[in-house]
Design a protein around this ligand. Structure first.
Ligand code: T1G
Length: 694
C-alpha cells in the first residue's frame, strides 16, 4: 500500500484512509492507492463495506494542480472514480473540511456520502479555467438537478454540508466523530442491505427546455470573455442528452481542450502566485516577526476608517486618531454605516458588528498610542504633514513599534529620515475601499529591517489582504504602471479616440471597467490634484494634454458630481456625453493634432504594453522582486482579468518579441520619452525568453 493511502479493517468494514498533506490532493500515488485499496476490499471476503476518509484538516481537495501540464499518469481519476462506483460492495465517502473538485467527484462515485456538519463541498475547477474532469459534470446534475449543478460548477463556489444535503449531494450529516459516524452508517447499510446507489444510473432531468440558454444569458456579463463557464454549461448539457459513457467522453474532450488553453494556464499560474507572493525571496521561512496586538491609525478619513475596519474585522483593537472631534465623529459614522450595510445584507450579525465597533476607539490624543505595536498613518498626501505626524509618533510610540505610512506614492525613505527609528518605518499602501480591496503594497524603505517588513507581510495576511512587498519609487508598482496607461489613454483622446471607445476595449479585455469610467468613479479631482502636484515634472506634451483639467474646471468630478467624462442619471448609470466629445475635438484642434481613427488593437497595445514595459523596468530596478509580484498587484489592485494571468504572464502569452516590436513602433509614433524599451525586455527578447522562462 502506498504511504499516502492505507487500507485497514474494522470488523467487516474496510477503511481506505488518505494521508497526503497538506490538502490530500489526488496525486498519482493517491489515485493508485485508492484504486488498489478498493480492489483489495472487493477481493477480501470479510469486507462487507468500505469507507473512504482522510487524515489531516480536510477531505480530498481535488486533483494535484501541480501535475497539470505534465504528461498524465495512470490511473486516471475518472477511472478511479468509476472503479469506486462499479464496486459490488458499498463504499461510503466520509467528508470533513472541504471536498473539492476531484475530491467531490470521488465522493459522487461512492454509493453513500456522510459529512461533518462543518464540511463544505464544491467543484472549483472553473476557477482554474477547467471543468470537473472526473465525472462531476455528469454526476452532479444527476444527483442535484441541472440548475443547481450549473450554478455550482460555473461559480466554483462550495456549499455547506447542510445545503449539500438539501441538494441531495450528501446523505447524512454528523456533529460528532466523523469516523465513528461513518462506521455506524456503513453497518446500517450492511444490516439493512441498502441497495447500492450508483449516481451514473440516475437521469439528469431538464428543469425547463431552455435551462441552458437561459442560464448562459443570465450570466453573460459575469462570464464575459471567460471560456470555461461556457464549456461547463456544454458538458452539463451533454449529461441531459447523451448516455453516461458518451457524456463522460464529451467531458474528457472538453477538459483536455481547457487544460491546454491559455486561460487555464493563466489561472493555474495565479493560483500558485497568490500563495507564493507572501514568501519573500532571501528571507528564511522562520524569519522572526513582531506580535501585533494593537494598532493605531492616524486619520479618520475614508482610508483611515477602512484600514481601521480591516484590523477590527480580524479582532485586533484599534485606536483611530484625528485632529478634531468632528473628523472623528464623521469617520466613526462612516464605519458604522459600512458595517450596518453588511448586516443588512445578512453577511454580518448585529452582535458581530457591535463587537467590531467596540474594538475601534476614536481618540484625539497621541498618548493613547504609546503602547500600540503598529501605527498606520493615513493623513493627507502631503509630505510635510506626514513628516510632522512621524516626528510625533517617534516620540510617543514605544521602542519596537512599527510606524507605517499608507501613502500611495510619497517617498518612504524621506518620511523615515525624520525619525530615530528608520528601521521600523515602512509603507503599507492599502487600496480604496481599504476594507474591501484585498491588495496591500508593503513598501520596504532602504533602512526597513527584515523583521519589520516580514511582520507587515504576516499581519497583512492576518487581516485578509494579499500583501506584496515592493520598493520605494513614485507610485511603487501599481500606480507607477497605472500612470503609463493613464498617459497613453489621455494621448489617444487627443489623437482621435473617445473615452467610451477606449473604455469598451479595456472592459472587453476583461477589466471590471475602463480607465475613464474608473476615473469618474474614483473622482476626477484626485487625478487633477495629482497632475497639479507633479506639473513641473511633466513633459511639454503632457502639460498641453489637459483634457482632464478642462473637464474638472467645469466642476465635473465624475460620479460624485453627476458628470465627468460621462454624464450619470440618479442611479449613476453612465451615458457618453456629446459635450465631452465636443470638448475633446476642440482640444485636438487647439493643440494642433489632426484626429484619426484609432483601432482597438492600438488601444490594447498602448494601454497594456506600456504597463508591461514599465513592469520590466520595475523588475530591473528591484522595486518588485519577481514578475509574479507585479501580476498579483494588478489582479488584486486593479482588476486585471485573472484568466489572463496578470500583465507579465499575459506578456509571455502574447510573446515578448511582439511586445517589443510594438514598443519600437510607438517609440517612433509617440516619442522615446514615453516608449523606450526596458533593457531587461530587450535581453529576454534576444534570448527568446519570457518573464517566466526558467
Ligand atoms: N493541488 C496542489 N496543491 C494544492 C491544491 C491542489 N489541488 N490545493 C492546495 N494546494 C496547496 C497550496 O498551493 C498550498 O501550498 C497548500 O496546499 C495549502 O493551500 C479532475 C481537475 C483546499 C480550500 O481547486 O481551494 O480537482 O503554498 O494555502 O487556505 O475534476 O487550497 O503551502 O506550498 O490554499 O487552507 C480542484 C484548490 C483542483 C482546490 C485550502 N481543487 N485549493 O485552503 O490552504 S482541479 C481546487 C484550495 C480538479 C478534477 C479537477 C485551497 C483549500 P503551499 P492553501 P487553505
Amino acid at each position: 500500500m502506498s504511504d499516502v493511502v492505507s487500507f485497514a479493517k474494522e470488523g467487516s468494514i474496510g477503511l481506505i484512509t488518505v494521508n497526503n498533506p497538506p490538502v490530500n490532493a489526488l496525486s498519482q500515488a493517491v489515485r493508485a492507492g485508492i484504486k488498489e485499496s478498493v480492489e483489495k476490499g472487493i477481493a477480501d471476503p470479510d469486507v462487507k463495506a468500505m469507507i473512504i476518509l482522510c487524515e489531516g484538516r480536510t477531505f480530498i481537495a481535488g486533483a494535484d494542480i501541480r501535475e497539470f501540464g505534465k504528461p498524465p499518469m495512470e490511473p486516471h481519476l475518472p477511472d478511479v472514480v468509476q472503479s469506486i462506483e462499479d464496486s459490488p460492495k458499498p463504499i461510503i465517502a466520509a467528508i470533513h473540511g472541504t471536498a473539492l473538485g476531484g475530491g467531490l467527484e470521488i465522493a459522487l462515485g461512492s454509493h453513500f456520502r456522510i459529512a461533518h456538519s462543518s464540511a463544505k463541498v464544491g467543484l472549483p475547477e472553473v476557477k482554474l479555467g477547467l471543468l470537473p474532469g472526473a465525472g462531476g459534470t455528469q454526476r452532479l446534475p444527476r444527483v442535484a438537478g441541472v440548475e443547481a449543478a450549473l450554478e455550482m460548477i460555473t461559480s466554483g463556489d462550495p456549499v455547506s454540508a447542510a445545503k449539500a444535503k438539501e441538494m441531495g449531494i450528501i446523505d447524512e450529516i454528523t456533529e460528532g466523530d466523523l469516523k465513528k459516524a461513518a462506521i455506524a452508517y456503513a453497518k446500517r447499510v450492511i444490516d439493512e442491505q441498502l441497495p447500492l446507489r450508483r449516481v451514473s444510473q440516475l437521469e439528469a432531468k431538464l428543469d425547463t427546455p431552455t435551462v441552458f440558454e437561459d442560464f448562459a444569458k443570465r450570466n453573460a456579463r459575469k462570464f464575459r470573455g471567460f471560456l470555461a463557464p461556457y464549456k461547463c454549461i456544454e458538458a452539463v448539457k451533454a449529461a441531459t442528452e447523451l448516455s453516461f459513457p458518451e457524456g463522460m467522453k464529451r467531458e474528457r474532450e472538453i477538459f483536455v481542450e481547457l487544460q491546454a488553453s491559455d486561460q487555464s494556464k493563466a489561472l493555474r499560474h495565479v493560483f500558485f502566485a497568490e500563495r507564493e507572493v507572501v514568501r519573500i525571496p532571501g528571507l528564511p521561512e522562520d524569519q522572526p516577526t513582531r506580535d501585533i496586538k494593537s494598532v493605531g491609525i492616524i486619520g479618520a478619513g475614508t482610508m483611515g476608517g477602512g484600514i481601521a475596519m480591516c484590523f477590527a474585522n480580524a479582532g485586533i483593537p484599534v485606536y483611530l486618531l484625528d485632529v478634531s472631534q468632528e473628523f472623528l465623529d464623521k469617520g466613526m459614522a462612516t464605519i458604522k454605516k459600512n458595517y450596518a450595510n453588511t448586516v443588512s445584507k445578512g453577511r454580518l450579525t448585529q452582535e458581530e458588528m457591535d463587537k467590531r465597533m467596540s474594538l475601534i476607539k476614536p481618540t484625539l490624543s497621541y498618548d493613547d498610542l504609546k503602547d500600540v505595536d503598529l501605527v498606520i498613518e493615513a493623513v493627507f498626501e502631503d509630505m510635510n504633514i506626514k513628516k510632522e505626524v512621524f516626528k510625533k509618533l517617534d516620540t510617543v510610540c514605544k521602542p519596537g513599534a512599527i510606524l507605517a505610512s499608507n501613502t500611495s506614492y510619497l517617498n518612504i525613505n524621506e518620511i523615515a529620515s525624520v525619525t530615530k527609528r528608520p528601521e521600523d518605518v515602512m509603507g503599507m499602501h492599502f487600496f480604496s475601499p481599504a476594507n474591501v480591496m484585498r491588495l496591500l503594497e508593503n513598501v520596504r524603505g532602504e533602512k526597513t529591517s527584515p523583521e519589520v517588513y516580514a511582520t507587515a507581510m504576516k499581519i497583512g495576511r492576518k487581516i485578509g489582504k494579499i500583501p506584496v512587498l515592493v520598493g520605494v519609487c513614485d507610485g511603487f508598482v501599481g500606480n507607477r504602471m497605472l500612470a503609463q496607461r493613464t498617459r497613453e489613454c489621455a494621448f489617444m483622446l487627443e489623437e482621435g479616440a473617445l473615452p467610451w471607445q477606449i473604455d469598451k476595449v479595456i472592459y472587453d479585455f476583461g477589466f471590471p471597467m475602463g480607465p475613464f469610467a474608473m476615473a469618474d468613479l474614483a473622482g476626477l479631482d484626485v487625478g487633477w490634484r495629482n497632475r497639479k502636484a507633479k506639473f513641473d515634472q511633466l513633459t511639454e506634451r503632457e502639460k498641453r494634454c489637459n483634457i482632464l483639467d478642462k473637464i474638472c474646471e467645469m466642476g465635473r468630478f465624475g460620479q460624485k458630481t453627476g458628470a465627468g467624462y460621462y454624464k450619470y442619471d440618479e442611479k449613476r448609470n453612465p451615458t457618453p456625453d456629446p459635450l465631452i466629445e465636443e470638448l475633446i475635438i476642440n482640444h485636438s484642434k487647439e493643440v494642433g493634432i489632426e484626429r484619426r481613427e484609432i483601432g482597438d488593437q492600438e488601444i490594447i497595445e498602448r494601454a497594456i504594453y506600456s504597463m508591461i514595459n514599465e513592469g520590466a523596468k520595475i523588475l530591473e530596478e528591484g522595486i518588485a522582486a519577481r514578475p509574479l509580484d507585479i501580476d498579483i498587484v494588478w489582479i488584486y489592485g486593479y482588476g486585471f482579468p485573472r484568466y489572463r494571468g496578470g500583465p507579465m504572464f499575459y506578456a509571455d502569452l502574447v510573446g515578448l518579441n511582439k511586445i517589443y516590436e510594438a514598443i519600437l513602433k510607438y517609440r517612433e509614433a509617440v516619442g522615446p520619452e514615453y516608449w523606450t524599451p526596458s533593457p531587461l525586455l530587450e535581453k529576454l527578447v534576444k534570448e527568446g525568453k519570457g518573464f517566466y522562462s526558467k
